[in-house]
Design a protein around this ligand. Structure first.
Ligand SMILES: C[S@@+](CC[C@H](N)C(=O)[O-])C[C@H]1O[C@@H](n2cnc3c(N)ncnc32)[C@H](O)[C@@H]1O
Length: 220
């Protein structure tokens, strides 16, 4: 087989794999539209935008809402060692799919709200031991209460300078401003891609750095 033919075969194989993944995901959306929160998996282009925001050499990375594994595949391909990545997926069918697709990876069927307990149980990290969280959760369609139930433990798990990397189909930060304020978080719009259905933006949430107001006497 010449190089051109083998490229064509590879591209055909990719297309067939993408169609199978899209179908797997769509069936779960039909069963649980609220938690699945999207009708099709994210694109590889969105995965690239998300991973661009990882710190340079992260030691521990958590993925929330693995779905069919678009971000998991990109994280492993980027060289994050399988033992330094823990993927959460709540849906049992998608969890089974992920474990079969990535037998080398650590994937738990667990709720993102239990992150601290699960990280401890899995001996993956203690509080403050995670450098970055890649989130595929549909935060935009969640109530402020649910966002808080996810983000509070997530920031307990993250290191002081840890990042929560989130995508959204909306025009602004998907986390409600009351939640941002109460938790003292800062959001930065870090990326955007048209090559996703629908087009998506990437936001990086971090703890807002308080500069501390010095009393006048102390400034002299
Ligand atoms: C919008 S999909 C994203 C899937 C994948 N990351 C992607 O980008 O294609 C959200 C995923 O999060 C999962 N999910 C929803 N709520 C969750 C929770 N509380 N804990 C863990 N996973 C959750 C859903 O089952 C679904 O697979």
């Amino acid at each position: 087989m010449g190089p051109r033919t083998s490229r064509m075969v590879e591209s055909l194989h990719r297309k067939r794999q993408d169609a199978t993944l899209a179908w797997t995901f769509f069936r779960q959306w039909l069963k649980a539209p609220l938690t699945t929160a999207a009708v099709s998996p994210s694109s590889r282009e969105l995965a690239i935008e998300m991973l661009r925001e990882l710190p340079e050499s992260p030691r521990r990375v958590v993925e929330l809402g693995g779905g069919t594994g678009v971000f998991t595949e990109a994280l492993l391909a980027r060289g994050i060692p399988a033992e330094h990545l823990l993927v959460f997926e709540l849906n049992e069918t998608l969890h089974l799919h992920l474990t079969q697709r990535f037998p080398q990876a650590r994937i738990v069927c667990a709720d993102a709200r239990d992150i601290v307990r699960v990280l401890h149980r899995e001996k993956f990290a203690e509080r403050g031991g995670v450098d970055a969280i890649i989130s595929g959760l549909g935060l935009l369609s969640m109530s402020g209460d649910l966002q808080r139930q996810i983000l509070l433990p997530a920031f307990e798990a993250l290191a002081p300078d840890g990042r929560f990397i989130q995508f959204t189909y909306g025009p602004t930060n998907p986390v409600k401003s009351t939640v941002m304020r109460q938790m003292g978080l800062h959001a930065r719009r870090a990326g955007f891609t048209l090559r996703n259905l629908p087009p998506a933006s990437v936001y990086v949430l971090t703890r807002a750095v308080s500069r501390g107001i010095k009393p006048v006497a102390a400034q002299r």
